[in-house]
Design a protein. Sequence first.
Length: 196
Amino acid sequence: MITQYQQQLRERYLAAPVMPAPMPWQPVLDHGVAIGGLLGIGFAVHPDTGHDLVMVVSNDGHGLFDAVTGEKIARDRDPDPATGTPDAHPDLTCPGLGPVAGTPVRIAGLFGGGLHRTTPDGWTLDIVSPEWPHDRVILSADGGARRGPAGGTWWHVFHSEYSELRAAGFSPSGLTLAVATSSDLTLWTRPELRFD
């Protein structure tokens, strides 16, 4: 049995439509990148540009994306079976590829692990499931209090209706927000942290 407060929260999330993330967040691509059999994602930093990179682990291998442009910059269709999924390593890592080859990348998703849920300048991300198993990703600018109506200090930015949510969170820099499902990757980016 749920309390009256819990019922009010549930109704509030159910009533909130999916909406664009607020400024300064910008979608990296108009739509997510289709990735069948996605198992998990992790973040790295490009050694030359400093851009956040997103490593994707799927049933079809590994891919590395520039989180600012959305460009796929490396692909390994046949990773070593001994290290091809993060469960093969105690700290859920897979070997990096492309510009981060030789660097282990922590992967969050089907096998466990997690991504950052807050940024240094106060953005917060939560996953709620008022209609389980359909998860909703909530972005908030008020430290996760989510006061007032949707679109004020909190936004329902993603609704996982057709695929299973694998991971959602921020890059360690706080400049990238990623949502990964079993079938796609959706990214938002911003140019800088703001402490105002």
